[in-house]
Design a protein around this ligand. Structure first.
Ligand code: NAD
Length: 249
């Protein structure tokens, strides 16, 4: 049993910043070669690629819209061609477009479902063939506690994140006999660009519902993801791990 990912190849969607960047760098620290996708931030992606390489690992930065089915297939093919295999997939790419249902446009619904949920379908399907061929694999879906307990103003996001949990449990059942684990991590509130938009009043209200009375650093999510991908977690599948300072219990 070890937390080492030495010799493994990991693919992280949305790895140019925030939680995805931290996941990519933590996997590199654990010894893995890391491929990651990003939508548009080319300079930030180059910086992450260089940081992975400076740790002595191979890195691949792929510009790819996670919600695009064909692009996801092409990205997975490129990773297998360039790095030889895929041992771990982390579906991390995500966006929010928050407002009350009464005001939510069809475009806001579609964009959030495509980027957060359809993307997970796209990448799970694309990696399932190489992972089944290898007779091993590990998929980790970054959901949210919003998908577990709901949150006013986020019907699109909550539906997508709850959908990821259904996908996780079902795929875990479908792939368990092939030695492929599928789990979800549901973060609470993490300090990233996504939560930067909160007003001081919203932040204050938030801290009141967190038993640990603080938000998380991206590294505190990344460590759990690497644990789930490691042999220390080899008998865990179909689970949703809330990493939220105690909100959901
Ligand atoms: P972020 O906005 O800082 O980063 C999101 C990442 O996703 C970026 O790298 C961006 O390039 C990428 N991305 C966005 N749309 C994409 C697309 N169409 N194709 C490919 N990549 C795309 O957000 P974050 O806070 O780091 O969130 C990462 C994940 O964690 C998301 O799935 C988010 O829903 C989830 N999450 C975040 C929090 C939080 O408090 N920050 C809480 C729970 C869950």
């Amino acid at each position: 049993m070890t937390l080492s990912l030495s010799g493994k190849v990991v693919l992280v969607t949305g790895g140019s910043r925030g939680i995805g960047k931290s996941i990519a760098l933590t996997f590199a620290d654990a010894g893995a070669d890391v491929a990651f996708t990003y939508k548009s931030a080319g300079a930030a992606a180059e910086e992450v690629k260089r940081a992975i390489e400076s740790k002595g690992r191979k890195a691949l930065a792929l510009q790819s819209d996670a919600g695009d089915f064909g692009a996801a297939n092409a990205a997975v093919e490129t990773v297998v061609k360039e790095l030889g295999r895929i041992d771990v997939l982390v579906n991390n790419a995500g966006i929010t477009k928050d407002t009350l249902l009464m005001r939510m446009s069809e475009a806001d619904w579609d964009a959030v479902i495509d980027t957060n949920l359809k993307s997970a379908f796209n990448f799970c399907k694309a990696v399932s063939r190489p992972m089944m061929g290898q007779r091993s694999g590990n998929i980790i879906n970054i959901s949210s506690i919003t998908g577990v307990i709901g949150n006013a103003g986020q019907v699109n996001y909550a539906a997508a994140k709850a959908g990821m949990i259904g996908l996780t449990k079902t795929l875990a059942k479908e792939l368990a006999s092939r030695n492929i684990q599928v789990n979800a991590v549901a973060p609470g509130f993490v300090d990233t660009d996504m939560t930067d938009k909160l007003t001081p009043a919203q932040r204050e209200a938030l801290l009141n519902i967190i038993p640990m009375k603080r938000t998380a650093k991206p590294e505190e999510i990344a460590g759990v993801v690497v644990f789930l991908a490691s042999s220390a977690a080899s008998y865990i599948t179909g689970q949703v791990l809330c990493v939220d300072g105690g909100i959901v219990m």
